[in-house]
Design a protein. Structure first.
Length: 363
């Protein structure tokens, strides 16, 4: 009887695994929509609870109100910014392709304005041919612009798929907001771990969602917005594009957004635009640079902060594997990895204790 029961259970596990894999395969074309629906539901769960209390427990109306709020403050602004960004990227690439915007010439202007000793040092470090380096730099900039423009145009051309994904995400988000507490409790019961282990895992995942979305994403968006604003004020072309690029590079510890505004400030000083260079440098150091130190502890908390190198490596790996969604998926996988290994010593000790108790009972 025990053999039959074990056989039935193993057969059921095989069936469960097969059905689960098929279901995941079915969702793959829209995994991004499903993923962001879940992430937004987790982020706005506290808002949903407040609205639910204000509406005397009417779940459907509360979920609908939360959904409208998310559309107004998240979805619509993101769509508008993405549309403007695509237009700026196309314009920037046309300027580069037509020769009106040549980054190699900017590099040449910077080098010509430097003392001869510095130019000689740069000449030796760069292999003795600054003209060749300048041409390679220009070619690289044009190639990068062409790649980014193609990516932007491909996003814009898939309008129908985008609308379908957006509809699926909003539809799923509504039900997750309405029934999220019940679904979370049900999923927690399905995890074959002890209550202590489940609490640890869920707490760790909650921490990384806060760190990635409320922390890193908020800091990146703020730094990018400030960088784009100062670029716009100083009259720099494609300020929105450079702002988005600064937001992405803000993931890099220590340097981050300075990889964009730093060379521009150097160019201003090199070409005699001392006022613009001073303003940009001061703003970059004391406004953009301090955002991370001020905002991140407030949004994430010192005790819950995941190490920067873990966030950086997992984010870059996630971006390479999952595209834009990897910005969150990568750190989530890393957090789950760290949480499981944190549990391993206790699980091993518990297993050894159980084996010891079994041996004692046999004797």
């Amino acid at each position: 009887m025990k053999i039959e029961t074990a056989l039935y259970f193993r057969s059921f596990l095989v069936l469960l695994a097969a059905v689960s894999l098929i279901f995941i395969w079915l969702l793959l074309p829209f995994y991004g929509a499903v993923f962001w629906g879940v992430v937004l539901a987790i982020i706005f769960a506290p808002l949903q609870r407040r609205i639910l209390t204000a509406m005397n427990g009417r779940k459907t109306l509360a979920a609908l109100a939360s959904l409208v709020f998310i559309i107004l403050i998240v979805i619509i602004p993101v769509i508008l910014i993405a549309g403007a960004l695509v237009q700026e990227m196309v314009t920037l690439y046309k300027l580069m392709e037509g020769g009106e915007l040549n980054l190699g010439n900017y590099l040449d202007q910077i080098l010509r304005s430097m003392p001869e000793s510095v130019r000689n040092l740069a000449d030796r470090l760069l292999g003795g041919d600054l003209n060749k380096v300048r041409e390679q730099f220009s070619d690289f900039a044009v190639s990068a612009g062409q790649f980014l423009t193609k990516q932007a145009l491909s996003i814009g051309s898939n309008t129908f798929q985008f609308l379908v994904s957006l509809g699926i995400m909003l539809y799923l988000l509504f039900f997750l907001l309405r029934d999220g507490t019940m679904l979370g409790r049900h999923c927690r019961n399905l995890i074959p771990l002890s209550e202590e282990q489940k609490s640890h895992l869920l707490r760790k995942l909650t921490i990384v969602v806060r760190a990635t979305i409320k922390g890193n994403l908020a800091v990146a968006a703020t730094q990018g917005a400030l960088g784009g604003l100062i670029f716009f004020i100083l009259g720099i072309q494609a300020s929105l594009f450079w702002g988005v690029l600064m937001a992405v590079l803000s993931l890099l510890p220590a340097v981050g957004a300075s990889l964009i505004w730093g060379p521009v400030a150097i160019y201003f000083f090199a070409t005699g635009q001392v006022f613009e260079g001073t303003v940009l440098t001061a703003f970059g150091l004391f406004v953009i640079g301090l955002v991370d130190n001020v905002l991140r502890p407030l949004l994430v908390g010192k005790d819950t902060k995941i190490p920067d190198y873990i966030i950086l490596i997992s984010t870059l790996g996630g971006l390479s594997l999952f595209g834009l969604n990897g910005f969150v998926i990568g750190p989530l996988i890393a957090a789950l990895f760290m949480a499981c290994w944190d549990l391993f010593p206790a699980a091993l000790e518990q297993r050894n204790r159980s084996l010891e108790e079994e041996r004692n009972q046999r004797h």
